[in-house]
Design a protein around this ligand. Structure first.
Ligand code: GLY
Length: 365
């Protein structure tokens, strides 16, 4: 299956097929120069998938840059290391670097390629559900800075995205769930019918059902491709809808130190529940819709009650975290709220005192 991201001169295909990694030679060999390809990955992904990719590429040599796994790798030091290594390998603008891994590898490699000789090509080969349905598509690349996550980066679209859903078989269930939150997001923000599909088939996606996984990934990528084509740089209140659940989620991630205590996708799941509950409280959507969102995520094992996180934290501090989010604009914090399932919108006039009272209630519930 091929989904096109229609961006004119920067258009690219997303290829989705179980087993694609082992058959990637035909798709990747046009990117090789002098019989070799540079690749960035991490130690865990290298152990799981690098040999399959080497075998698929036959005579084309892979020059692998293998980094430590984890969010801490998305920093200035590893950006320098990757960039210098790519320069030492003689990478030129028309070359393409392969990014094999999850969001950390994709974001870091993409940013290195954005600045290397003022921009060289790269190919995303995402290996987590979260990166397959979100971060590998759309060209957001970044590293973390002392002041916060993803604060230094560039829009730099990949030359292609290769998604092999079969690699999800080695992903821990918790990581699979974290990615699934972003799948549900596409239903909640703009496609009530797809949310209904998630209600019926979400458990199959998490159980490893290949057919359900391909459907979830393809639908998500098609939705994201449409959004990115319409608003590549998040200037028209269209791409911003992808931040549904992220403002509340960011507050909980910040409070838990962006640690394994709460994964990004877990924070987004809780954040989406809170965005719908706040929408219901403000009279924007029905309590039934908010209840449906919580019921679906809760049935699959997500934490949907802020109180269950066991945080010793006043609501005011969560609001304070939100104010440090990079989504702040002109001193105001846009919230993604909803008129119903599949009807998200950007709200710029939300009263933060009301948000604080709402959060106090959620923390005490
Ligand atoms: N992950 C949000 C976006 O790509 O815009």
């Amino acid at each position: 299956m091929i989904i096109d991201v229609a961006l004119g001169a920067r258009a690219y295909p997303i290829h989705i097929r179980p087993g694609l990694l082992g058959e990637a030679g035909a798709l990747l060999s046009p990117f090789a120069r002098g019989g070799r390809l540079a690749l960035v990955t991490d130690e865990i992904v290298a152990g799981l998938h690098l040999e399959a990719l080497r075998a698929a590429l036959g005579d084309i040599a892979i020059e692998a840059i293998i980094l430590p796994p984890g969010e801490a790798t998305k920093d200035w030091r590893h950006l320098e290391l990757v960039t210098e290594r790519l320069l030492a390998l003689g990478i030129e603008r028309r070359d393409a670097v392969l990014a094999l891994g999850g969001g950390v590898i994709g974001d870091l490699t993409g940013f290195a390629c954005a600045i290397l000789k003022r921009g060289c090509r790269f190919v995303q080969i995402p290996t987590t559900l979260l990166s397959q349905v979100d971060s590998s598509v759309g060209g957001k690349t970044a590293i973390n800075a002392a002041a916060g996550k993803n604060l230094v980066g560039a829009f730099h679209q990949p030359a292609a995205v290769l998604i092999d859903p079969a690699v999800l078989a080695t992903l821990p269930r918790r990581e699979l769930m974290a990615g699934y939150a972003e799948v549900v997001k596409y239903g909640l923000l703009g496609d009530a019918e797809f949310f209904g599909w998630c209600e019926r088939h979400g458990a199959e996606v998490l159980a490893g059902d290949a057919h359900a996984q391909v459907h979830a990934i393809a639908h998500s990528c098609r939705a994201k491709a449409g959004i990115v084509a319409a608003d590549e740089r998040e200037t028209d209140d269209i791409r911003a809808l992808l931040n549904l659940g992220h403002t509340f989620g960011h507050a909980f991630e910040a409070e838990t130190g962006f640690s394994d205590r709460l994964l990004h996708g877990e924070a987004v799941a809780l954040g989406m529940v809170l965005a719908f509950r706040l929408s219901a409280r403000l009279g924007l959507c029905t309590a039934e819709d908010a209840g449906r969102v919580a019921a679906h995520l809760s049935a699959l094992g997500f934490t949907v009650e802020a109180a269950a996180l066991g945080l010793d934290c006043p609501a005011a501090r969560l609001v304070e975290h939100m104010l440090h989010d990079k989504k702040m604009s002109g001193g105001r914090l846009p919230f993604i709220l909803a008129h119903g399932i599949g009807q998200a919108f950007v709200a710029r006039d939300v009263d933060l005192a009301e948000v604080e009272r709402f959060l106090a209630g959620q923390l005490a519930a």
